[in-house]
Design a protein around this ligand. Structure first.
Ligand SMILES: Cc1ncc(COP(=O)(O)O)c(C=O)c1O
Length: 396
């Protein structure tokens, strides 16, 4: 039996049309398949491989940790150097108020923990989120996600969730002293790269301060250098009460993190004790990779280049008259076309030409790009040329 048939039979699928590339290895921008082809990974595992595939520093950190020990204990009961080094490194890159880290295993779990924490800290129940948002696929994170079509089959979800318009300043007065927390993607990813106005985010911060609601920034997709700064909130001059991270944080390993003040995170230690727990959260091998990835982001990434090359690719691709609108921040791109069918043709043609682009879950009119942020100018130029060819060759 063909390996792809075995894959379709034995591994649970989430769509009727998986890409079916059979992977041999990956390095930097490139993925190599078993049939001898190579692909420019312009999606980076969907905003995961921000420093490229198999960064040597990350791989070395993993090897060193596997030589020492793997899992030894649950819930952070033991002192282990790797998660501690990771927490110290991460908090050293963040403002003083975000000084404590609880590591989990995925982005959605970080959001679950954040939603619980805001209830625990405030003693309130209402959660506020924004239309268009994506916060994950578990019951809690899905409850605060905006895509109605994806939620319908799984109701009932969490009660007491209120949705406001993203970027709608007038809606902010619906945040009240009943609101435990407000969760927002600092830059909406899945909605097709929606960058909020400075005034909107600053007003949101102000409204949360006025009402005592805690502000959660979900930077699972837009954090870790993706927008051209280490963390997206740095563009807006405000600081959240809670920051959730995931995806690129592990340098290719599975991780999520809840970052807050130590005072707030302490709430999980009592009433009830073990207020949020996970067996594998803070896994030493994963944390070693994450610390290495943070080191790379701190010392090897030139953020001026991220912005310059991001603008270069935006200009190249948006030259096509078939691109109707482009939204970009740093290396996070959405290119709108006239129809989802047109987008699908372009994504497929790119794949035939050895370049991986992708769709958005909630915005089928765009194709998305989120390449490694340390991509070179030569690679950007090559990718831009391939995408333009793919658009031209699929035009009717
Ligand atoms: C903004 C945002 N939040 C949360 C998640 C969920 O993260 P994970 O898939 O690691 O559970 C994602 C994943 O795409 C995301 O983009």
């Amino acid at each position: 039996m063909e390996i792809s048939e075995r894959f379709l039979q034995r591994q649970g699928q989430t769509s009727p049309f998986p890409f079916l590339l059979e992977i041999e290895r990956a390095e930097g921008l490139y993925i190599y398949t078993t049939d001898g082809n190579s692909y420019m990974d312009m999606i980076a595992g969907v905003a995961v491989n921000n420093i490229g595939h198999n960064h040597p520093r990350v791989v070395q950190a993993i090897h060193e940790q596997t030589d020492r020990h793997l899992h030894v204990m649950v819930y952070g009961e033991f002192v282990q150097r790797s998660p501690l080094n990771f927490a110290e490194k991460l908090t050293s890159l963040l403002p003083e108020s975000l000084n404590c880290v609880y590591p989990v295993n995925s982005g959605t779990e970080a959001n679950e923990a954040a939603l619980k924490l805001v209830k625990r800290v405030t003693g309130r129940t209402e959660l506020v989120s924004f239309r268009g948002s994506y916060h994950g696929s578990t019951h809690g994170s899905m409850s605060v996600s905006g895509n109605e079509a994806k939620k319908e089959a799984f109701r009932p979800l969490l009660p007491d969730v209120r949705f406001l318009g993203f970027n709608a300043i007038d809606d902010l007065n619906q945040i009240t002293d009943k609101t435990a927390g407000v969760i927002i993607e600092t830059v909406q990813g899945d909605a097709g790269v929606r960058v909020p106005d400075l005034n909107f985010l600053q007003s949101l911060r102000k409204r949360c301060d006025e009402t005592g609601a805690l502000l959660i920034f979900d930077e699972i997709q837009c954090g870790m250098g993706r927008t051209g700064k280490r963390f997206a909130f740095e563009h807006f001059g405000i600081i959240p009460d809670i920051l959730t991270l995931g995806k690129a944080l592990g340098g290719g390993m599975p991780i999520g993190a809840l970052v807050a003040s130590q005072k707030h995170l302490q709430q999980f230690t009592h009433n009830p004790m073990l207020g949020h727990i996970t067996t594998f959260g803070g896994h030493p091998v994963v944390c070693a990779a994450a610390e290495a990835c943070l080191h790379v982001m701190q010392h090897e990434i030139d953020f001026k280049e991220v912005e310059r090359l991001g603008a270069l690719l935006e200009n190249r691709v948006s030259k096509s008259s078939e691109i109707m609108e482009t939204r970009r921040m740093g290396m996070m791109f959405a290119f709108d076309m006239e129809s989802p069918e047109r987008v699908e043709k372009v994504v497929k043609k790119c794949l035939e030409k050895g370049l991986i682009a992708f769709w958005f879950l909630s915005h089928p009119y765009s194709f998305r790009l989120s390449p490694p942020i340390n991509i070179s100018q030569e690679e950007i130029e090559k990718a831009g040329a391939i995408i333009l060819e793919a658009i031209e060759e699929t035009a009717v």
